[in-house]
Design a protein around this ligand. Structure first.
Ligand code: SAH
Length: 463
């Protein structure tokens, strides 16, 4: 027989917990949070429970269990480690028609306490009917990552204005459409961004407008991280789950893309288009067209969108055209590759600063302050540098960086095929050629790079 799920309003109702240990402590905390009037029955209490009794938050029946403790109770939880005693409590409760729960003992329990995902006032309760609590816990973990934290404030907002919503949209289909707009549109986005006043205003405007609010397109610039899907942020994951269309670079790994909503359209803008300039313009136009067509667009970029990712340009363009555009940061290649190679980017003994540089294009090399970069005890993290290793090395050496300064090159960082090649500055181009380094690869130059030998923990190190 299945269980009948219910949510109980315990405000002001007397509830008994038998047992004064740590399990009882957890149960009591949840009951107090639900507003119950809790009595604890046990010969001894944990210090926390004792304090709650002293503060008058909790009543205490001292001594061994007495069936009379149950008089006047609405619920009882038996949380002792003595199965016979728990059974006695359950039997006494049953005689008095009081619902009893015995912790971790479904056979003795009349009601069970579910695993909970809390987005108050929204609560998701999960039960396997006592069959396999571990499975319930796994489901809870999945939901914890997937359910947006802004669902709490969104539900609270709908709760405050529920009567007005029903009045404004008396027909169910229209009301549903309004709730869809609430969940998918600008109100939720504002709540997610800690802008609750604005969210409320947009909501109220929509309620008083004559037309139903139309779903507007939007663009989210999302950092996919360096490749390992475990390095995607929760926000990034949720964005992928909600996207109608995903425009991604070729650098974004397949392992990340499979996390997206199955029916989301995917466009690989890394390969599709031709020359560099047209490419960026075409991407801008594509983003604009899709958003103007009312679609939720995720622009997914390797690493972080704002680190050598042209995220700034895309954001500017979209804002100029009145398209809402937000950013979900990602773990940038320098941070991720350094970590996965065991190289701390800063270190009290070895590096006082980190410079993120790009070796892309001759102009960018000409524009750099080489005398400053050549000073010791600082870390240089070089993106897109594979093609210009010779020039890079030469300029550093010419400007006085020590020839024995350690370096590492991390190829395919954080991916299963990651390779780390190490050496010292004067032999850098030769080492890279000899090991046939291919993009994507990140170069780290600086005293800290030597630490890779001691701390490498992922993939292979070619010393
Ligand atoms: N926005 C990205 C950088 C894009 S530029 C970020 O924040 O990481 C592309 C360059 O990033 C590559 O040429 C390479 O130098 C570096 N890169 C990106 N992913 C990498 C990876 N998995 N391993 C090594 N280098 C990587």
């Amino acid at each position: 027989m299945g269980l009948y799920p219910l949510f109980a309003d315990l405000t002001g109702l007397p509830v008994l917990v038998v047992g004064g240990g740590h399990v009882a402590e957890r149960k009591i905390a949840a009951l107090l949070a639900a507003g119950a009037q809790v009595r604890v029955g046990a010969p001894t209490l944990t210090p926390v429970l004792m304090q709650q009794v002293e503060e008058g938050k909790l009543e205490h029946h001292a001594g061994p269990f007495q069936p009379t403790w149950l008089n006047g109770m609405w619920l009882v939880i038996a949380a002792t480690d003595d199965r016979d005693l728990n059974a006695q409590v359950a039997a006494a409760a049953s005689e008095r028609r009081i619902f009893a729960n015995v912790v971790d003992d479904p056979a003795l329990s009349r009601f069970q306490v579910p695993a909970v995902v809390d987005r108050a006032p929204l609560t998701v309760a999960i039960s396997t009917g006592g069959a396999a609590p571990v499975i319930a816990r796994r489901v809870r973990e999945t939901l914890e990552t997937e359910l947006d934290h802004a669902l709490g404030p969104l539900t609270a907002l709908a709760q405050r204005h529920r009567a007005r919503i029903t009045q404004r949209w008396p027909d169910l289909p229209e009301r549903r459409a309004f709730y869809d707009w609430l969940h998918d549109g600008p109100v939720m986005a504002l709540l997610r961004n800690a802008r609750s006043d604005e969210a409320e205003q947009v909501f109220l405007d929509a309620l008083s407008a004559t037309e139903a609010p139309a779903s507007k397109g939007s663009v989210l610039l999302v950092g996919a991280g360096p490749g390992d899907p475990g390095l995607l942020t929760l926000r990034g994951l949720r964005a992928l789950n909600q996207a109608d269309v995903i425009l991604h670079d070729s650098l974004v790994s397949e392992a990340v893309l499979v996390l997206a909503r199955r029916d989301a359209e995917r466009i690989d803008v890394g390969k599709r288009c031709g020359g560099r300039h047209t490419q960026q313009e075409q991407i801008h136009q594509l983003l604009l067209d899709l958003a103007q067509a009312g679609r939720r667009v995720v622009r997914l970029k390797g690493g972080d969108p704002f680190v050598f990712g042209r995220g700034g340009e895309e954001m500017e363009f979209l804002r100029q055209h009145g398209i809402p555009c937000e950013i979900v940061p990602g773990i940038t290649a320098a941070v991720a590759c350094a970590a996965y190679a065991g190289v701390p980017l800063t270190h009290r003994d070895h590096a006082r600063s980190v410079h993120l540089l790009t070796g892309h294009g001759k102009e960018s090399l000409d524009a750099m302050d080489w005398p400053a970069l050549a000073q010791d005890h600082q870390t240089l993290a070089v993106y897109m540098g594979v093609a210009r290793l010779d020039e890079f090395t030469q300029r550093l050496l010419q400007n006085g960086r020590r020839p024995d300064t350690p370096f590492v090159i991390i190829e395919n960082g954080t991916l299963p095929q990651q390779r780390v090649v190490s050496g010292v500055l004067h032999e850098l181009p030769a080492r890279a050629r000899e090991q046939a380094i291919h993009p994507p690869a990140l170069l780290i130059i600086g005293e800290v790079a030597a630490l890779a030998h001691e701390h490498a923990w992922f993939g292979s190190l070619h010393a």
